[in-house]
Design a binder for this molecule. Sequence first.
Ligand SMILES: [Zn+2]
Length: 469
Amino acid sequence: MRHLSSVAALSFVALLAATAAQAQPSPTEHALLHELAAQVSPEREHATIARLVAFGTRHTLSDTKSPTRGIGAARRWVASEFQAMSKDCGGCLTIETPSEIVTGRRVPNPTEVMDVLAIQRGTSDPGRVIVISGHLDSRVNDVMNTTADAPGANDDGSGTAAVMEAARVLSKHRFAATLVFAVLSGEEQGLYGGHVLAGYATKQGWRVEADLNNDIVGNSEGINGVRETTRVRVFSEGTKTVETPAEADRRRYNGGEVDSPSRQLARFMDGLANTYFGNFKVTMVYRTDRFGRGGDQVEMLKAGFPSVRVTEANENYTRQHQDIRTEGGVHYGDVIEGVDFAYLANVTRLNVISMAALAAAPAPPTHVAISGALKADTTVKWQPAADAARYRVWWRATTDPQWRYSRLAPPSGQMLLKDVNIDDWFFGVSAIGADGWESPVVFPGAAGSWTHEEPPAAPAAPGTPVSRR
Ligand SMILES: [Zn+2]
C-alpha cells in the first residue's frame, strides 16, 4: 500500500466499499408495507391513550367493577374496541380473555389477571402465530398503591396504543399466518400477563414465531434532555432461555451466542427499517431487556417463543412509575403530555410492517445444518417446506452484527458454497415465498432453530472436537 499514491489508495478504498455494497443483497420491496405504514395514525393513538388515561388508574389490583375507573373498565373498553374493529373486517377478529388467579410478592390476595387478545386467523397456516403485545396495567411510586391516579400514558399506554393501532390497520388484510394482538395485565406486579399469554399460547398449540413486546415506546426526550426521534431500541436475547446444558456446550464451542431466533427477529426488523423508512432506524441491543429490568417478553422466552422488547431510544424516568407531582420545578408522572405521537406512530409502523412481513413470508426454515470441516467448501442444508418457493443462504464474518452475503438457493434443501470455509463464517438460511416474501434468517442447529426439532446431543467421545471436554 505504501507504494500507492494517496489518490490511488483512496480509489482502492472506494472500490472495496463499492464491492462490499454490491455484496449486500437487495431485499424485495413490497408496496403493501409502504401502504400499511402510511395507514398508522398518530391521532388515533392519541385518542387511545387519552381514553386509557381517563380510567384514572389501571393498576392490576384496582377496581374491576366500576364502569369508569380501574383495570376492569379499561380491559372491557379494549375488548369493545377490538369487537368494533372485528365488525369492520367481517368478523375477522376473535376476542379472547385468558386469565389466571395469582398471588405473589406484589399480589398479596388472590387476584384474577386477565389479558385481552384479538386473534386474526391465518389463511393457510393458522397454527403459525405472530404476536404483538403491550401491557394495560399502570402504577405509581408505591407498586401496591391501587387507588392513586396512575395514568400510565407511556408505560404502557403507548404499547397498548401500538397494539390496538396495529390491529386496526392489519385487520383490513389477510395473511398466511395468524396475528395476535395482545393487551396484557399484571406486568408491574410481576410479568403475570406475559405468563398468562405464554400459557394460553402453549395450551392452544400455537407455533409462536415472534412476540414483539412493546413497552415504553412513546417518549422521545431522555431524562438528560436529549431528544431523539429517529431510532428505537430492539432488545433480544443472544442465546435461548430454554437452551439445554448440552446445547449450550455445543454452542459455546461452535458459535451461536449472538444468533438466537429472537436475535434474528431483531435483525429482521433492523433490515425492514432500513428498507422502508427514510429516517427511522433500529438500534439492536444485545440484551434480553434493559440492564436489570424486565418485561413480558421474558415470560414468552421462558416458554420457548422467540420474542423481542421494543423500547424508545431514551427513557425519561421522571415519567415512569411516579406519583403525579411537581418537586423542585420538575414535573413527575406518566402523563399524556410526555408522549410524542409522531414518534409513537413510527414505532407502531415498524411493528405493523414487521408483523405483516413475518406473516406473509413462509415459516423460517427448519433443520438447518452445516458441514464442511477439513474442506475448502461449506454445505448448508435445511428441510424443504411446502410454503417456500426457494431459499437464500446467508453468511457473515463471525464478528459481524448483520448478515452480509447471500446467494439464492433452489428449493432442494441443500447448497454448496464453493471456497467459503466453514471455520471463518457464520451461516444461515431464509425461506422465500412464491411472491417474494422472505422469512428471517435461521442459524444452524439448536442455537438458532425456531422449533424444538433438534434431537438431544449424543454424549461426545473423549477428544471429539465438539465441546470443551
Ligand atoms: Zn412497562
